[in-house]
Design a protein around this ligand. Structure first.
Ligand code: ADP
Ligand code: MG
Length: 325
C-alpha cells in the first residue's frame, strides 16, 4: 500500500498524523461541526439544496479500494434520501464487477440485471422500457442490479457501462454507481470517466482511512485530480464509543483532500445487512444521510466538470455521436 500524502503536509499518511496527535481543544469543535443536528429549519434548508434542479443527468460514483467498508450501504441510504426528498427519478446502478450486492439489499421487482439491459439496449427507449430492468426500493430509489455470479458480472466492461449509462441519462436526472474494489477493472474506467462527483467511503479506523486515502491518490494519479478535489468523504459506522482522538486525524486528512467530509453513525438496521428500509434507520442515522445528501447537492449547481478528464470518454462520445458526456 502506498503512503498517502496530505496536501501541504510533510508526506505523512493518516497513520502518521494519528501518531503525531492533535490538540484536544480542536477535537470537540471539529466533531460538533460534522455531526448534524435535527433543527427543523436547518433540515428544511438541506432539503431545498437537495431539490436543486438538474439540467442534465448527474452521475455520482461511490468508491473505495477496500471491500466491506460500506459502499453499497452508503449508495442505498444516500440514494433513498435523494429519491424521497427530490421526488424525481434516482437510480442506483451496481457496477461492481465482482458480484455486487446492491440487488440483494432491496426487494426485487424482477430478476433482470445490467447485463440484460445492455443486451436489450437497441429495443430500449422509453422510461417504461428501462423500468422492466430496475427494482423500486423502499423510499423511492430505483436499483439496477448486477449479476450475483462473479463469472458473469465481471464481463461488464467500460464500453458496456458507458452504453448503459448513456441510455439511462435520458430517463434519470441522478444516477449513483456502486463500485467494486479494483480501480484497474475495465468497468471502473467507465465509472470514473463518466462521474461528475465521487464519494469515497471509509471506516473509522486508521487503516480504513488509509485505504480511502490510497483510493483518492490512485484516482487522482489516473487523471481525475479535479474529481478528487470535488469529492465527498464518508466515514461510516462511527460508534458512540469511537474515541474522538482516533477520528480527528482521519477527518483532518479528508478535510484537506476532499470538498467535504461527513460521518455516519453505526446503525443496527444497517449492520444487519438485510433488505434496506430507510424507515428503520435510527433518527441520527437519518439525519446523517440527509446531511450527506445536502453536502453532495452543494455540487449540483456547479457545472459538470467538462471536458471529461478521461480521454476514452471523448473517444466514445465521438464514436457514438453523443453530444456531451
Ligand atoms: N453505518 C453503518 N452501520 C452499521 N453497519 C454498517 C454501516 N455501513 C455499512 N454497514 C455494514 O457493513 C457491511 C459492509 O457494508 P457494504 O456496504 O456491503 O460494504 P462494501 O459495499 O464496501 O463492500 C454490511 O454488513 C453493512 O450492512
Ligand atoms: Mg459493495
Amino acid at each position: 500500500m502506498s503512503e498517502p500524502r496530505v496536501p501541504g503536509g510533510a508526506g505523512i499518511g493518516v497513520a502518521g498524523i494519528a501518531a503525531a496527535g492533535t490538540g484536544p481543544a480542536r477535537l470537540g469543535e471539529r466533531l460538533l461541526r460534522l455531526l448534524p443536528g435535527t433543527d427543523p429549519a436547518e433540515e428544511e434548508r438541506k432539503k431545498e439544496l437537495i431539490r436543486t434542479h438538474l439540467g442534465d443527468c448527474r452521475r455520482i460514483a461511490v468508491i473505495s479500494l477496500k471491500g466491506g467498508v460500506g459502499k453499497t450501504t452508503t449508495t442505498l441510504a444516500l440514494g433513498a434520501v435523494l429519491a424521497s426528498v427530490r421526488r424525481d427519478r434516482v437510480l442506483a446502478v451496481d457496477a461492481n464487477p465482482d458480484a455486487g450486492t446492491l440487488g440483494r439489499r432491496v426487494r426485487r421487482d424482477n430478476t433482470a440485471t445490467i447485463r440484460h439491459l445492455l443486451s436489450e439496449l437497441p429495443r430500449v427507449s422509453s422510461y417504461m422500457d428501462v423500468r422492466r430492468f430496475t427494482s423500486l426500493a423502499r423510499g423511492g430509489l430505483e436499483v439496477l442490479a448486477n449479476d450475483p455470479n462473479p463469472a458473469v458480472s465481471t464481463a461488464l466492461d467500460e464500453t458496456g457501462y458507458r452504453r448503459v449509462l448513456e441510455a439511462l441519462r435520458r430517463q434519470y436526472p441522478l444516477v449513483l454507481t456502486d463500485s467494486g474494489t479494483g480501480l484497474t477493472h475495465s468497468a471502473m474506467q467507465g465509472v470514473l470517466g463518466l462521474a461528475d462527483q465521487l464519494i469515497v467511503v471509509a471506516t473509522p479506523s486508521v487503516d480504513g482511512a488509509d485505504s480511502a486515502a490510497d483510493t483518492l491518490e490512485h484516482v487522482a494519479a489516473r487523471g481525475h485530480a479535479a474529481l478528487v478535489e470535488r469529492s465527498v468523504a464518508v466515514v461510516t459506522g462511527v460508534r458512540s464509543t469511537t474515541r474522538p482522538v482516533r477520528l480527528d486525524p482521519i477527518i483532518a486528512y479528508f478535510e484537506a483532500r476532499c470538498r467535504a467530509v461527513r460521518l455516519v453513525p453505526h446503525d443496527e438496521h444497517l449492520a444487519a445487512g438485510g433488505e434496506f428500509d430507510p424507515r428503520r434507520l435510527a433518527r441520527r442515522t437519518r439525519a446523517a444521510f440527509l446531511d450527506l445528501a445536502a453536502a453532495v447537492a452543494e455540487d449540483f449547481s456547479v457545472p459538470a466538470p467538462l471536458p471529461r478528464t478521461n480521454p476514452m470518454a471523448h473517444a466514445w462520445d465521438v464514436a457514438t455521436g453523443a453530444t456531451s458526456g
